[in-house]
Design a protein around this ligand. Structure first.
Ligand code: NAD
Length: 302
């Protein structure tokens, strides 16, 4: 079976993902593009295929249709509206939930049995709707979750303490949105608490900056896309290469009936296992708040 990916929604986020895939060695054989703007994606496919002579990958890119989902390993969805200046991710809920109903229906009509990877906001709600509309088992529905927020966190901590981002063991968890938070109580570098490296003031500043990053970028350049493109490429390789790596993706939490981000083992089965970080009292209140924010948003759609 070919490692085929169908990408639905080829705007800023979708194409940043596609470009990240082309730039990395990956197991992807074929990338199929679907978007309402047919002419644009014809141009995108041509442009991306012209990278192949110099790229480390063998991905062939073409325009396709929902029938391509029949034998796809992963369907990535980045279709829908993005935030305007001053808009929150939750403000997108009505527009994007309607788009998702028809997209998931069209994918499932073709007996798709692979893994959904969702990037559209509000992320946790769209991931939940994908799960409900598709009826696939929960391990097969993944949202990019707080992978991007965690990348931002690691970058900022790295700048402050002078340790490379990959060696910082810290996660942003909860909603991919305004109620997200850093699980500081277990964050560490070389098994040494981050409290040995950062003051309370540092931690507060870093957490604020992580939470406000999207707003600050949107204010300056209208949208955010390179970071999420890289996160989606990373999740893709974890699945196709059966890597068992830990990523803070959004997936189904049965106990609370929401999709929410915790670190999780990601491999060829999708989310193999969610890992619930032990939280202190303050953090427990924050995760409950995040669960409620997502639950209320889901109720709005239902
Ligand atoms: P964009 O406007 O550049 O692209 C959206 C694309 O979706 C457009 O090309 C549009 O034609 C297409 N589209 C709309 N409805 C469609 C449909 N029914 N079928 C197929 N294609 C359709 O927006 P963007 O900047 O790429 O953002 C896309 C989404 O990703 C937004 O919801 C944004 O908030 C979200 N986002 C998520 C993260 C994250 O961390 N998860 C980060 C950045 C952006």
């Amino acid at each position: 079976m070919k490692n085929k990916i169908v990408l639905i929604g080829c705007g800023n986020v979708g194409m940043s993902y596609a470009y990240a895939l082309i730039n990395q060695y990956s197991y992807v054989d074929e990338l199929v593009l679907i978007d309402l703007n047919k002419e644009r994606i014809e141009g995108e496919a041509m442009d991306l295929n012209h990278c192949l002579a110099y790229s480390p990958t063998r991905v062939f890119v073409r325009v396709g249709s929902y029938e391509d989902c029949r034998d796809a390993r992963i369907v990535v969805i980045a279709a829908g509206s993005n935030q305007e200046v001053g808009e929150t991710r939750m403000d997108l809920i009505n527009k994007n939930s309607k788009i998702f109903k028809s997209i998931i229906n069209d994918v499932m009509k073709n007996n798709f049995d692979g893994i959904f990877l969702v990037a559209t906001n509000p992320l946790d709600v769209m991931t939940y709707l994908t799960l409900k509309y598709s009826n696939l088992p929960p391990n097969k529905v993944i949202g990019s979750g707080t992978t991007l927020d965690t990348a931002r966190l690691k970058y900022l901590v790295s700048n402050k303490v002078g340790v490379r981002p990959k060696d910082i063991q810290a996660y942003v968890i909860g909603e991919h949105g305004d109620s997200e938070f850093v699980a500081w109580s277990n964050a560490n570098i070389a098994l040494t608490s981050l409290d040995s490296f950062l003051t309370e003031e540092d931690k507060k500043e870093i957490e604020e900056e992580v939470r406000n990053s999207a707003y600050e970028i949107i204010k300056r350049k209208g949208a955010t896309y390179y970071g999420i493109g890289m996160c989606l490429a990373r999740i893709t390789s974890a699945i196709l290469e059966d890597k068992n790596i830990i990523l803070p993706v959004s997936s189904y939490d049965k106990e609370n009936d929401v999709c929410i981000s915790t670190p999780a083992i990601v491999n060829m089965n999708g989310v193999q296992e969610k890992i619930f970080i032990p939280l202190d009292e303050e953090e427990t209140k924050k995760i409950i708040n995040s669960i409620n924010v997502i639950k209320n948003a889901i109720k709005e759609v239902e």
